[in-house]
Design a protein around this ligand. Structure first.
Ligand code: AMP
Length: 388
């Protein structure tokens, strides 16, 4: 086993958003130094890091130089190319490895991986032309959803197809959405009862820990609310954790990975997506667990023993999107007046609609009560002080 990377060392993060910010906060708390690289400056991660490097991910000289100054490289942005991870690997270990990124950053590769390893997944077909799309609609049926193979997140690069007559419009939308992408995945539409996820970590020596099964609800394809623990049967809980453990093992992940599932009305779990990093649906762990998903990522990539993921109290997390700023600055004081609610803001200057600006977490006796409190707190943000 390789020697652990101990406090006092420097961890490098490719990407500079809120995930990197919360990772950096956890790392600095444990006495590590943090460097971040991304094409921007004054970033959510950069604001709390020791060093912020502004460079394109494809500037391989800059990536090499970045890796030369750190002891281990991780990422919070998974669309980093194989060339960039290989460049970094010349100077520092990259965890999780480039193979994990390669599989999970491309829907087709991810789905092919799930299928060929026997993991339950949404029925899909590979589509490279309008003709292939029409054929695939015959075999998969409607409704269905067309998604770009690469560079899609939070519902971007997707089009729902309700009837075969929608095929052409969907093809034009998806192929035009992100550059000149002409490779897409057609997925059967899943009439799910619920969306659930499991955030888990695997250490260098194969040690495994997860944060349990949480229930997620989305608005406009973006995560809105997470309940921990999720409201699922014991069997679903067991199955979801078993599938997650097997996935991390198969991919030989060193670090954190989130598995998003659809839970069908007849209690079957289908893997929807893998994210090889801490995930929005694991943010509750920052306040509600003995070890957060961010500290766990740090421990895993540094070769330290994993921490306890014990849930201290049931929790709920609600995202704060830029839409909240439509009528001016939200009323932070009102939200802080609710005991048991924690406010997280990511230091982003421009509150655009749909942009993740922060989140609230509430702890309570049950996750349903926590959900009620966190939604009340979010609602309170909209009440202007002058309106009382
Ligand atoms: P994705 O970016 O693929 O995770 O999709 C974002 C959201 O769109 C998911 O969390 C679901 O709410 C919805 N969605 C995506 N694919 C499907 C599908 N095949 N069936 C039903 N809903 C879907």
């Amino acid at each position: 086993m390789s020697r652990p990377i101990l406090p006092g060392s420097t961890v490098g993060v490719l990407g500079s958003g809120q995930l990197g910010r919360m990772f950096a906060i956890a790392a600095r708390r444990m006495g590590y130094r943090v460097h971040t690289l991304s094409p921007d400056d004054d970033t959510p991660t950069g604001q709390v890091a020791d060093r912020e490097v502004k460079a394109d991910y494809e500037d391989l000289d800059a990536v090499r130089d970045f890796a030369r100054h750190v002891d281990v490289v991780t990422f919070e942005f998974e669309n980093v190319s194989a060339a960039a991870t290989e460049a970094a690997e010349q100077f520092a270990p990259v965890r999780p490895g480039g193979n994990v990124l390669h599989t999970t950053q491309h829907r087709l590769r991810e789905k092919t991986f799930l299928k060929s390893n026997g993991f339950p997944h949404t029925p899909f077909a590979t589509v490279r032309s309008l003709e292939q799309l029409k054929d695939a609609l015959v075999s998969l049926g409607t409704p269905a959803v067309l998604k770009t193979a690469g560079w899609g997140y939070d519902g971007k690069g997707q089009a729902k197809i309700n009837t075969p007559a929608d095929a052409e419009a969907a093809w034009t939308k998806v192929t035009g959405a992100i550059g000149t992408a002409t490779e897409a995945v057609l997925e059967a539409w899943v009439d799910f009862r619920e969306e659930v996820s499991v955030v888990a970590a695997r250490g260098i020596d194969g040690e495994y820990a997860d944060f349990g099964v949480v229930s997620n609800s989305h608005r406009n394809h973006i995560l809105d609310l997470t309940l921990a623990p999720g409201d699922v049967s014991e069997k679903v809980r067991r199955d979801a954790r078993e599938i997650t453990r097997a996935l991390l093992e198969k991919l030989q992940v060193v670090g954190v990975l989130c598995v998003e599932f659809f839970l069908t009305r007849d209690d079957r779990l289908l893997v929807n997506e893998l994210a090889p990093r801490p995930h929005n649906s694991g943010h509750f762990s920052f306040d509600a667990c003995l070890t957060s998903q961010f500290e766990q990522q740090l421990r895993a990539i540094c070769g330290l023993p994993l921490g306890s993921t014990e849930l201290l109290r049931p929790a709920a997390m609600a995202n704060l999107l830029g839409d909240l700023w439509t009528d001016g600055e939200p009323d932070w004081e009102a939200a802080c007046r609710l005991p048991g609610v924690k406010l997280h803001l990511y230091g982003k200057a421009a509150p655009r609609p749909g942009r993740k600006m922060g989140h609230l977490t509430a702890l309570a006796a049950t996750s349903a009560e926590a959900a009620r409190d966190v939604l009340a707190a979010r609602e309170a943000l909209l009440r202007r002080p002058s309106a009382t």
